[in-house]
Design a protein around this ligand. Structure first.
Ligand code: PLP
Length: 480
């Protein structure tokens, strides 16, 4: 062991009573069987999955999850980057209970409803800048991007200035991830996930996203970002007058393995898009709602997009909801007589669901009442300090972090940055070991992702980082 980080064990920190078995053995068995027989799980090779014992989560308290066998786990990835204030936060639960007795759902095609209307006004209030004035709801991060892409396309297709109607090209970044619907996959760039669908996608132009860890030998990070910026300018130049929008994840390409760029790169990339008369779509599905230390990541670069995609944390992690915020200028391009067919013909059955919207309003109330963005700064500083220790491990090649969003890249050779053989599934081994220590995390390949909730406590963050380092060390030690 090279170094260790002290922590108090999960059993000592968990808010659940010790040795409690929440369910009978028969019920547990029946649930596990039903899962093996009938579930088809996301991003999961089911052949391997059904051979194992499913982890069936039964209940949650604060930042902790408990499975039906009574094992407790710190939620180290905020239930896939959605939870913000801990599970079942009383403010959100109370708002939801009241809303359930008032209005469960009513369509937004025609009527409107109280929570959806209030939330739209509130989102506009907290949105960066002052030109994002319109909110279009949907239900997932993928649809929030799908909608932004369709809006940008249609905006130019029916532009009142005919010379703008040639703008139908989308530029997006290599390694981008914007979701799994075909439009969002088209602007994405992770071949591993999406190669098979290539014939179904529309063509987009890819610009190299900064990837400082894999930059050319001898190059500084600033030079690397400059090179990416030059390539971006070239893409715009070779599609002069034809680009509808640049699509980006601000500051952090999450699903690619937490690949970070600087606010300066974002600011300059946005300026390139603006200078070329293109719209800017920022996908803050992962980075939004405090994850990077500010409410929205783009605030750190002083950039305001024309279309802003929000989902994941929007409800504090309770219910599916997404919002695409549009500028008044984009919105006004859709106004006209019925006979002009400028309408945005898009909508989902559950658009603006009152329960999801009230949860989002309650989550924003928690931000205010608990000074979340102020308090989280101490946890961010603690995380940064602990990651310095992890970074020294001989098999940790790189650590990327913005706020609490963290990726720890495991490598076979620290000096050369050479990866482990992918069949070893090192990231997976680490997270499986972490489960044994009561910590639930998830890798992206050989990148161990840490994404604690904004309400993570000092002790919990010590546990998360301490167990992560210990498990990395154990797992690579076993290979020797
Ligand atoms: C940046 C980004 N955009 C879009 C999505 C897709 O969101 P969803 O899984 O809610 O469709 C994700 C999901 O991880 C994401 O990280």
């Amino acid at each position: 062991m090279t170094a260790s980080l002290p922590y108090r064990r999960a059993a000592a920190l968990s808010p659940f009573p010790a040795h409690a078995q929440p369910m009978s053995a028969e019920r547990v068995h029946a649930l596990e069987e039903a899962d093996r027989r009938h579930m088809w799980k996301p991003f999961t090779q089911m052949a391997g999955y059904v051979a194992g014992t499913p982890l069936v989560i039964g209940d949650a308290r604060g930042n902790w999850l408990r499975d039906v066998r009574g094992r407790v786990f710190l939620d180290g990835v905020s239930s896939l980057w959605v939870n913000l204030h801990g599970h079942n936060h009383p403010t959100i639960v109370a708002a939801l209970k009241e809303q359930l007795d008032t209005l469960d759902h009513a369509t937004l095609l025609g009527p409107t409803n109280v929570p959806a209307t209030m939330l739209a006004a509130r989102l506009v209030q907290i949105a960066p800048g002052d030109h994002l004035t319109r909110v279009f709801y949907s239900d997932s991060g993928s649809t929030s991007v799908e909608i932004a892409v369709k809006m940008a396309y249609q905006y130019f297709a029916q532009h009142r200035d005919a010379s703008q109607r040639t703008r139908n090209v989308f530029i997006s970044m290599t390694n981008a991830y914007h979701g799994d619907t075909l439009g969002s996959v088209s602007v994405g760039g992770i071949d591993l996930f999406h190669q098979v669908y290539a014939p179904l996608l529309f063509e987009t132009v890819k610009a190299p996203g900064p990837d400082p860890y894999h930059r050319a030998f001898g190059q500084s990070v600033a030079e690397h970002e400059e090179e990416c910026l030059t390539a971006l300018k070239e893409r715009f130049a070779s599609h002069h007058g034809r680009v509808a929008a640049l699509v980006m994840e601000p500051l952090m390409q999450g699903a690619a393995g937490m690949i970070a760029h600087t606010p300066d790169f974002l600011r300059r990339a946005a300026a390139v898009a603006r200078g070329a008369g293109s719209l800017l779509i920022l996908d803050e599905v992962a980075t939004g709602f405090g994850r990077t230390g500010t409410m929205f990541a783009c605030e750190q670069a002083d950039v305001v997009p024309d279309l802003l995609c929000l989902a994941k944390g929007i409800t504090g992690g309770t219910l599916p909801l997404a919002a695409t915020l549009a500028s008044e200028e984009v919105y006004s391009g859709f106004l006209g007589e019925h006979s002009e067919y400028r309408t945005f013909f898009h909508g989902h059955s559950y658009t603006g669901n009152p329960l999801a919207c009230i949860a989002a309003l309650a989550s924003l109330k928690v931000f205010r009442q608990e000074n979340v963005l102020e308090h989280v700064q101490a946890r961010i500083a603690q995380l940064a300090a602990r990651l310095e220790v992890i970074a020294a491990h001989p098999h940790v090649g790189d650590i990327r972090r913005h706020g609490l969003m963290t990726g720890i890249e495991l490598v076979r050779d620290k000096a050369t940055g050479d990866a482990f053989d992918s069949t070893l599934r090192m990231g997976n081994r680490v997270i499986e070991r972490a489960l044994e220590h009561g910590v639930l995390i998830r890798p992206l390949g050989d990148v161990v992702v840490l994404m604690p909730t904004l309400s993570v406590t000092e002790d919990e963050l010590d546990l998360l980082t301490g167990v992560t380092l210990q498990c990395i060390d154990e797992v690579v030690g076993e290979l020797a």
